[in-house]
Design a protein around this ligand. Structure first.
Ligand code: F0G
Length: 430
């Protein structure tokens, strides 16, 4: 494989540049967030052909839905240095029950729960872990609402690096804690929320020389860009009108903005879709700021059933503002009740997702209802995590909530007799 000259890490605040292989993590001059700047090939048709040719690979980096796009992710990487499960290659699903509920016929769902640890985090983690090992990391760490920690744990195991995770005690969905422990990360249950965890993880990493792999790490965003590249390729590079995604710490919103900017600059697409970033109303500082024209950076005390996005002080704020502004995007919020109803619809379609993911579907429905999204618009909503991430939310909705919600599917306990089965079938009208 051809490798190119190394990229630069550029500070978003002061413009200071450091080498691609510098493991500083943030700007050494002003502490600002860093962003990767690559030299791109200028032949879009050749690039598309190369991406397409790699799809037939059965093994190795070409088989990964992240590294297949490596010219746009980390052009200088040697294939032998890649830490990959692999990841990506997630499906784009159309389900009429979901489209009808949302009121948008041409709605597709990009299901990132099909990644190896069940969330989109694996796309960023393969790049950040590759970079951590490449720059000599002795240990890696992250703060997390659960998915990043599960992903970090799995990729650290693959890379053979010790992993330390900081998660909010009592506020992480069961599947995610289970994964993190099972994959072997040292798991710290912090008495505080995600924002407290991130502050602590940043301080501890700086003090102890551990590589921090949160989405403040610019290499994470490079990997997460491939959600957009892959969905565009699945649509034969004919961009949808909208891409809707759940927004918490705003890493993914930022990554999507960068992906669209670059796909357009390279000539892969002729126009950029609009981004719709959807927050949970109990954790919606970005939506509140959007309503005020982004005049203020807002911080809230977060609370929502969608624990993945239970974040009050998002770290990737400025770059997410840029993503929304550049794509003429929208930020809005949906209630926990709307999230749970959207999740019940997605789940009952046999697709399934975790609560935070359903925010994107609830958001599409809201934006269709208020006329922001046209009835015949082409919309891709990102399902960020797998239904099994949060079994507690399923049990609570279907089995425990009183009175039962509209879409509750109560299991029925019976004696082991055919007559009992008959009785149940009769009462179900079948
Ligand atoms: N959906 C899921 C399932 C998530 O886990 C997250 C973030 C988001 C959406 C929001 O993405 O933070 O980039 O705006 N989870 C992080 C974590 C915070 O620690 O796993 P974002």
């Amino acid at each position: 494989m051809m490798t190119q000259r190394p990229s630069r890490q550029r500070c978003e605040q002061c413009g200071h540049e450091i080498d691609e292989l510098d493991a500083a993590g943030s700007c050494p001059r002003c502490g600002g967030l860093l962003e990767l700047e690559h030299d791109f090939p200028d032949d879009a048709p050749a690039l598309k052909a190369r991406f397409a040719a790699r799809r037939s690979a059965m093994v190795g980096p070409d088989h990964s839905g992240v590294w297949r796009y490596r010219e746009l992710v980390l052009p200088s990487i040697e294939p032998s240095a890649v830490v990959s499960h692999p990841e990506g290659n997630t499906p784009l699903l159309g389900r009429s029950a979901v489209a009808t509920w949302a009121g948008v016929e041409r709605l597709l769902m990009k299901h990132e729960g099909h990644n190896p640890t069940g969330s989109f985090k694996d796309r960023g983690m393969t790049v950040a872990m590759t970079q951590a090992r490449r720059t000599g990391a002795r240990a890696v760490a992250c703060a997390s609402t659960g998915n990043t920690s599960a992903s970090l744990a799995a990729y650290a195991a693959l890379a053979g690096l010790p992993a330390l995770v900081f998660v909010p005690a009592g506020k992480v969905a069961l599947g995610k804690v289970a994964q993190t422990i099972a994959y072997g990360a040292r798991t710290l249950l912090v008495r505080g929320n995600f924002d407290d965890c991130l502050t602590l993880a940043r301080e501890a990493s700086a003090a102890l020389g551990i590589h921090l792999l949160n989405s403040v790490n610019p290499f994470r965003l490079e990997g997460q860009k491939t959600i957009v590249f892959e969905l565009l390729e699945q649509l034969d590079w004919d961009p949808p009108d909208w891409i809707a995604l759940p927004a918490g710490n705003l890493g993914n919103t930022s990554a999507f903005g960068k992906a669209l900017r670059e796909a357009h600059a390279v000539g892969l697409i002729a126009r950029a879709p609009r981004i719709a970033a959807i927050q949970a109303s109990g954790a919606a500082p970005f939506a509140a700021s959007f309503r005020g024209g982004f005049a203020e950076r807002i911080r809230v005390d977060p609370d929502t059933i969608a624990t993945a996005i239970r974040i009050g002080a998002p770290a990737s704020w400025d770059r997410a503002v840029r993503a929304i502004t550049e794509t003429n995007g929208i930020v809005t919020s949906v209630s926990d009740a709307e999230i749970l109803e959207a999740k019940a619809i997605v789940d009952a379609a046999g697709v399934g997702c975790e609560p935070a993911s359903a925010a994107s579907i609830a958001g599409v429905r809201q934006l269709r209802a208020d006329g922001t999204i046209d009835r015949d618009a082409r919309v891709v909503a990102i399902l960020t995590g797998h239904v099994l991430k949060d079994p507690g939310a399923v049990v609570s909705y279907h089995q425990e909530t009183e009175p039962p919600p509209a879409h509750a599917n109560r299991p029925i306990e019976i004696d082991a007799r055919v007559s009992e089965v008959e009785r149940v079938l009769a009462s179900a009208g079948r």
